[in-house]
Design a protein around this ligand. Sequence first.
Ligand SMILES: C[S@@+](CC[C@H](N)C(=O)[O-])C[C@H]1O[C@@H](n2cnc3c(N)ncnc32)[C@H](O)[C@@H]1O
Length: 219
Amino acid sequence: MLNIANKTLKLLIGQIRIGVTASKTLLFLWLKYDLKSIDGELGIDLAGGSMMNKKFFMTKKYICVDLDKLKLDRGVRNFPDALPVNDKIENFIKAYNREKPNLLVCTQTMGINSKFNHDHTLILIKMIYDLLKPGGSMVFNVGNVGVNLSLIEKELGKLFSRKFKYIKINSYGFMNKTIKKPNPYFQFFLANLMNIIPPLRTCFGFNKTNIYCCFKKKL
Ligand SMILES: C[S@@+](CC[C@H](N)C(=O)[O-])C[C@H]1O[C@@H](n2cnc3c(N)ncnc32)[C@H](O)[C@@H]1O
């Protein structure tokens, strides 16, 4: 009996993405859930690294853009059908002149990753919007490193409130401390708990360090 439960849990964990913190696991839970209903011809993973989010993309084609060639190579080894682009995302978008994407994703980069110029956060979000096909969707998260999160949230409301059919902005950040050897089952449990009980996501407003944004169906 215990064996069956263990196998079921392992199968479940294989379908999701467990982060190094419960907070990151929560982000990947949301991402998996939202990307499930976004299909179409082309999805682009901006600053997609080693393509850890590719398993959530339902689009026919998947392009991954990243500065780090080694990460892209690792991704292609795991997903030979992926199309890697070794470039800065800002340059990639400026030069892009092919079919417009149905989906653009950018996770763990704006206001988070040290290689990203955080002053470009709002500029990049606008660029992402412009690149998107009508009817398309954009999903990203933003952290608070070098970024005024409440200002970004306000600007997002101003810019996009009438530009998409469906808008979701979730705040989170509680249990963001990296654990050396995280127990995937426990991380999964904590992430689900925070998902079900929204005040826990920010520890009742005391740990609001990130926002998760899902804008679906560009009008
Ligand atoms: C923490 S990783 C996240 C990777 C992936 N999005 C994920 O969630 O697994 C951040 C990635 O952003 C990339 N990056 C940061 N700034 C970038 C930029 N301006 N253009 C392209 N890649 C960038 C880094 O090389 C790194 O692979």
